[in-house]
Design a protein around this ligand. Structure first.
Ligand code: 2NL
Length: 345
């Protein structure tokens, strides 16, 4: 250490370095360098021992004053640097509590599920119960109990998918939900008011109006004195409840093996309100499903006395209802699961 260094020189040097310290760590190092054990101030202190007593007091006071100034400068610089570093850290760790993140995206029921639920609500409000049954059925429930004995030509109305199970053509994917109604009639006595919604299967090639996997809802009413008039009124009531007050139904003669007499029913075209447009082929009506009075042979198959009881049944496509209600140009949209389509409903 240079013995010639005066307290004032060391002080000036130290104050310049303290002022230039760029961080708290830098300041700590500077402080250690000037005030620590091996620092210029420590050396000055040790130098006192070599002085004569007279000079020692003044020299000692000068060292002490310089040292105090440097210590105070260090303390002030520390306050400034710490405040700056704290501000920088707070800015870096800042959370924007005003940011609006929004709700998580929410899904909704599939269009077919919506139609099924809405139709169930309509029928429940009319006093019907909802019944379900297996999608894999036996020949008995899908055909025979419905007045279609083996090899009956009416079976060709359904393009059946058979399972390789048991005897050939004995187990199949149900072609309609009528088997559910048969099961209901087998398991409980009349009066019966029930709807059976569910998935059905036919060996169809998909196109704009057909799906090999589709959804049907069938209704069945069995009671004393049920007439074709009750059937017509029921069809009218459900169409205006589901499609709207201005929509009406009409029946046209048809044929089904399990009903006699049988009818097809149509509803007012919901697009032109009956005036005639491309959707209804200018007829003003859109075909929806079939209906009729339960054939006595069906009652016989489930042990209900057709002399005491009568009933009507009807069936139509749930997918088709959604198509008509939402003006879908192609039923295959319902199976594609393209979110751009589904999220619109
Ligand atoms: C259609 C025709 C129909 C029935 C279904 C039925 C059920 C029993 C007895 C008698 Cl247990 N009938 N169901 C009756 C007439 C028509 O559906 O075209 N559906 C899409």
């Amino acid at each position: 250490m240079n013995d010639a260094a005066s307290p004032a020189d060391v002080e000036a040097d130290a104050l310049a370095r303290v002022a230039a310290a760029a961080s708290v760590a830098d300041l700590d190092a500077t402080s250690q360098a000037f005030l620590g054990k091996k620092s210029p101030f420590a050396a000055l202190h040790r130098g006192l021992a070599t002085l004569a007593v007279e000079g020692r007091r003044d020299r000692g006071r000068a060292i002490h004053e310089s040292r105090s100034k440097v210590e105070q400068a260090v303390a002030e610089r520390r306050t400034t640097l710490e405040a700056g570093e704290r501000a920088t850290r707070l800015e870096a760790e800042r959370l924007d509590l005003t940011e609006v993140v929004g709700r998580p995206a929410r899904g909704h029921r599939h269009l077919v599920t919506q139609a099924r639920d809405d139709l169930e609500d309509v029928f429940v409000s009319m006093g019907y119960a909802v019944a379900e049954g297996p999608e894999v059925e036996t020949d008995w429930y899908n055909f025979e109990a419905l007045n279609m004995p083996p090899a009956h030509p009416a079976r060709s109305m359904w393009d059946t998918l058979y399972l390789k199970l048991g005897a050939p053509e004995s187990v199949l994917l149900r072609t309609h939900t009528s088997p559910v109604q048969i099961r209901v009639m087998e398991s409980q006595p009349p009066p019966i008011r029930v709807v059976a919604p569910g998935r059905c299967y036919r060996r169809d090639t998909p196109d704009a109006r057909h799906l090999p996997v589709f959804h049907q809802i069938e209704g069945l009413v069995v009671d004393r004195g049920i007439t074709f008039g009750d059937l017509a009124g029921t069809i009218e009531a459900f169409t205006s409840a589901y499609f709207g007050e201005s929509i009406h139904a009409r029946l046209r003669p048809s044929y089904f093996p399990f009903t006699e007499p049988s009818a097809e029913f149509e509803v007012t075209c919901i697009f032109c309100r009956g005036a005639g447009c491309r959707v209804c082929s200018q007829s003003g009506w859109i075909e929806l499903g079939g209906a009729g009075m339960v054939d006595p042979n069906v009652f016989a198959a489930v042990g209900i006395d057709p002399e005491e009881w009568s009933g009507f049944a009807f069936g139509f496509g749930i997918d088709r209802c959604a198509q008509v209600r939402h003006d879908l140009d192609d039923l295959r949209h319902l199976l594609t699961n393209d979110m751009r389509f589904l999220s619109q409903f």
